[in-house]
Design a protein around this ligand. Sequence first.
Ligand code: NDP
Length: 429
Amino acid sequence: MKTSRIPGFYNMSVEDRRQLLKKMQVFSGEKANDFFSEEPLSLDTADNMIENVVGTFPLPLGLGLNFLINDKEYIVPMAIEEPSVVASASHIAKIVREAGGFQTEATDRVMIGQIQVVGCDDMDIAKQALLKAKDTIIEAANSAYPSLVARGGGAEDMDVRVLNEASDSNYTKMLVVHIYVNTCDAMGANIVNTMVESLAPKVEDLTGGKVYLRILSNLPDRCLARARCVIPPALLADKTFSGEEVRDGVVLAYEFADSDPYRAVTHNKGTMNGIDPVVIATGNDWRAVEAGAHAYAAKDGHYSSMTSWSVDEKGNLVGELELPMSVGTVGGSINVHPMSKFALDILDVTSAQELAQVIVAVGLAQNLGALKALVTEGIQKGHMALHSRSVAIAAGATGEMIDMISKQMIDAKDIRVGKAQQLVEAYKR
Ligand code: NDP
């Protein structure tokens, strides 16, 4: 049976890690060839993906280990340039697996397409006309994408809102139609855009108004994924801090973030530290996920914490995260970029819903990793030690110098590029 517990992985060489993964058969052989090649994304492919291509821009790909989610083992590919993120996610995943793992769930993958209508003689009459024709509008949307319907998805609901109704509004009164589309395993932006564009003439006929924008909303609040973990305090203890101290510190940190946008944004950045690398590694649109997540964090009228942390009646720390998660396992660049195919292969998810659940579990783990460090030794000790290699490289260290200079900076408790430059010069003398 596949396991995500790989003791000692951290201390292996890259080559040994690759060989071990091969031996463990965590991916199929043919995809490994792309992964192991020096240029996994060819210039030809890149040139067909975007415009004005002059090269590619690789990122480190690490593996988040120890994830047990709904009793299934996940090795999580994470593409990110920031040190300590992968280590921290794996550390918390190990604690949570000892507590039984993450529990997750996801709604159907229902995305929203918006149609903006202006210039109707009477907005309320126009709105009623649209609502009366709801079934035919949904049918028309589906006839623009029959292959999605054949898969069991398609447009399934519609509603209409009037914006800027107040007489003192500075903005134009307008109707906004929402078409709700189950996009199955695709993120669905192109699918939804095709549907809403096709509806424009019908909407103009029904309302007597003029349609301007016809586009996906990146706040898909019917496409949600949730993760939860329950951790006995004993699992949170370290050499200096009791589990209860860590647990209470995490809850206070959450209360701070939930009450103050200046803190919430950093708290949420820590959560997105876990989410973005998986979204990127699987070839998904991280700008869409980022935009939706931050908008959802303000859904109650003020920007606040994405996660919540509380204590249950048994004294356990309970963490929860619910976010819109517009990701796919097909479509966009997912089947084009060899690395995203490889990442999905390692992750071993069978649907976009399952991928969304893994992503929120990693986000929850990452948030706890940051909070646990913040309420104990502080973020810098662990982070800067892991960052020290990048600092050494930035100062010109190469080969064996990197480890040596990194260690000297850690011992001197002075991890800065200036210090590293001095050490590089001293080494060369
Ligand atoms: P695609 O246009 O690639 O559409 C996905 C395609 O996958 C479908 O047309 C479908 O084709 C095929 N497919 C195969 N199997 C399945 C399945 N099980 N479920 C669903 N579809 C399946 O991509 P998306 O519509 O997902 O759009 C994503 C892209 O759009 C991303 O690259 C994103 O960056 C971009 N984008 C984002 C915007 C935004 O966020 N605001 C705006 C515009 C674009 P068929 O039915 O023919 O087999």
